[in-house]
Ligand binder design. Structure first.
Ligand SMILES: Nc1ncnc2c1ncn2[C@@H]1O[C@H](COP(=O)(O)OP(=O)(O)OP(=O)(O)O)[C@@H](O)[C@H]1O
Ligand SMILES: [Mg+2]
Length: 604
């Protein structure tokens, strides 16, 4: 017993000494990284080699260092299924140039301390669950070239200090909950709709949505007062003059407006009373005549206007039809345009609640490469789904009927479509909870916007609207050539059957031919069999769509290789959609947003 204390004390001192040696050995950047790790939830154990006892973090997964002083230059951990929050310790990495944590499951705020990383050039946080706002001092990051914060749950105002980032060439804040006026200052004036799309409460010239009425009154929330304009506004003197003139005019017209307002109120009230249908909440005793559900405030119009527009859809508004019904183009009074799918299914009263709940889940799924479901309406004679309208229509239309259109899809656009569609599908498979199997991936369910960016449509509808017997009907309706053999046999769709369909889609992008094209259907082959035959005969040039004059053999071969992996007869051998996405990003698309920075950066 008496010897016990000295032995214990000696061991403790020895351990402390060893520990402090180890702490002293690891560089300060290494310690900061371990602090970062401590707030991350590393479910896949991807950071297992981030060890306390190492001298330097430079060989750790995802880390690269400046060669001269071993400080951390880049953290690259996309698609790692990392949860947790980004620790404020990030600010200790003073020489960090690239932070790539996209497509994880991070939540919490973007720490203000990130603005201490003054050498930061590329910030990729796309596809997480980050909340809160953009740190207002983001303008301190004067080297920033790429900032991608898309597909998160960020909110608040867009800080005007972003305008100071003169080197910023790629900004993506899309699909968040930002609100208010986008400051029209500095470099912020140069970005367009695609940088901000999917933030419904933003206004400004960038999103072609005015913030003020012609009288100078705000149309939507002004941007947050805490975000003081760090860059002088372009037309500040004009604003001053405008304010004086505006104030005088406003006073003069105040009476007229008041009278006008009262008159409009009266008219609207009368109109409402005359309407046959109104938005109806659940009522105990009376049978509702119309029910409108909009998801997440995605339809900023009065219910009466929406219902009126839905009711007045006519044949001339039809843009197409498919397995679930007819699609119409609906134009609102302010020219906002939506696609409306009138469902063919017969109504089953008992299933309505289930349907509404499931639709609400689909309506909550937001991603830049998915078509946004904005609402559902049940009228006495029909059921309607309201979606974003994609101006360029479906990939199928563009591939099959481009005569007379001035938009032939070239190879680089097709690669962009492949990558974006993979992003959307990977999001459904890997980032949604519960995960969503699409069941109906095909070129008519890839819709394109004005920039030919792809948006996957109709996800989840298969499960929701098709009962087991009707499954066959949808197959006949144009999906046949896309279906995996095991899905055709069993009728059970899985992520791997989606991957197969995606492989067929890739082949369609390369060949420009539908999987049921007569040229090989006659020979009893589908597009997969046809490709295999031609590849065995080494006839690459016969495979590629002749309209792709810019196609190069390397990327064509790489895409065909990925397509072959996806269409493997054995589902277990097929890659997951996240792997497909990585393959496309790594082997095919170069430079893409993230690689662009790598290949154009000035660090060695
Ligand atoms: N949101 C949209 N924006 C613009 N056009 C659309 C939209 N949704 C559908 N369309 C057009 O309507 C056509 C029919 O779409 P629909 O989804 O009904 O059928 P499909 O995609 O051919 O088959 P399926 O019913 O199996 O999805 C599409 O090919 C496209 O041209
Ligand atoms: Mg469709």
């Amino acid at each position: 017993m008496k010897l016990g204390f000295p032995v214990w004390a000696f061991s403790a001192i020895l351990a402390a000494a060893l520990l402090s040696c180890a702490v002293l050995a690891l560089t300060p950047d290494g310690i900061a990284l371990l602090e970062l790790k401590s707030t991350l939830n590393d479910t896949k154990n991807a950071l297992s080699n981030w060890q306390f006892l190492d001298d330097s973090p430079c060989k750790w997964t995802g880390i690269s260092c400046h060669p001269e002083d071993q400080t951390v230059l880049s953290i690259s951990l996309p698609y790692m299924q990392l949860g947790g929050i980004i620790s404020p310790s990030i600010g200790k990495l003073s020489r960090l140039q690239r932070l790539a944590l996209h497509q994880n499951s991070l939540h919490g705020a973007i720490p203000n301390e990130i603005t201490k990383c003054t050498e930061l050039r590329a910030l990729y946080l796309r596809g997480n669950y980050l909340q809160g706002g953009i740190p207002s001092a983001i303008g301190n990051l004067s080297h920033l070239t790429v900032m991608d914060l898309s597909s998160n749950s960020l909110k608040g105002a867009i800080p005007s200090s972003i305008g100071r980032l003169t080197r910023l060439s790629h900004l993506n804040l899309s699909t968040n909950f930002f609100s208010g006026e986008i400051p029209d200052v500095g470099v912020l004036s140069t970005f367009g709709l695609s940088s901000f799309v999917g933030n419904f409460d933003l206004c400004g010239q960038q999103v072609q949505k005015p913030c003020r009425t012609s009288m100078g009154f705000p149309v939507v929330l002004p941007h947050a007062s805490s975000d003081e304009a760090a860059v002088p506004a372009k037309r500040s003197s004009h604003y001053l003059k405008g304010a004086v003139i505006g104030a005088m005019t406003a006073m003069g017209l105040a009476l007229v407006i008041l009278l006008g307002f009262l008159w409009i109120c009266l008219v609207v009230k009368k109109e409402r009373a005359a309407k046959r249908y109104t938005e109806v909440k659940k009522q105990a005793n009376s049978e509702p005549t119309a029910k409108l559900i909009t998801f997440h405030g995605d339809m900023p119009y009065p219910s009466s206007e929406i219902i009126e527009k839905l009711e007045s859809l006519e044949n001339e508004d039809v843009v197409g039809s498919g397995g679930f019904g007819t699609v119409y183009r609906m134009v609102m009074n302010d020219c906002g345009t939506f696609a409306v799918k009138k469902l063919d299914r017969s109504r089953e009263g008992s299933a309505d609640q289930v349907l509404e709940r499931e639709l609400e889940i689909l309506g909550s799924i937001k991603h830049i490469n998915l078509v946004n479901l904005r609402g559902y309406c049940r009228l006495p004679t029909s059921e309607l789904l309201i979606y974003d309208y994609l101006a360029m229509g479906s990939l199928d239309d563009l591939l099959q009927n481009d005569e007379g259109k001035d938009c032939t899809l070239n190879w680089s656009t097709r690669l962009k479509i492949a990558l974006g569609s993979a992003c959307g599908l990977a999001y459904l498979h890997h980032d949604c909870s519960p995960k969503i199997v699409h069941r109906n991936i095909k070129s008519s369910n890839i819709l394109l916007d004005e920039n030919f960016d792809p948006h996957v449509s109709d996800f989840g509808l298969g499960k929701l609207l098709v009962d087991e017997d009707a499954h066959v009907t949808t197959v006949v309706a144009g999906t046949f050539g896309y279906l995996a053999p095991e899905y055709l046999q069993s009728g059970i769709a899985t992520e791997k059957s989606d991957v197969y369909s995606f492989g067929v889609l890739l082949l369609e992008l390369v060949t420009g031919k539908r999987p049921t094209d007569p040229c090989f259907a006659k020979k009893g082959l589908n597009v997969v069999g046809w490709m295999n035959t031609l590849l065995q005969e080494n006839r690459l040039e016969d495979i590629v769509d002749e309209r792709c004059t810019d196609a190069d053999p390397e990327t064509v071969e790489a895409v065909l290789d990925i397509a072959a992996k996806c269409t493997d007869a054995n589902p277990d051998e097929r890659p997951s959609m996240n792997q497909v996405l990585q393959l496309l990003e790594q082997e095919v698309i170069s430079p893409c947003a993230s690689d662009f920075y790598e290949s154009h950066s000035d660090y060695s």
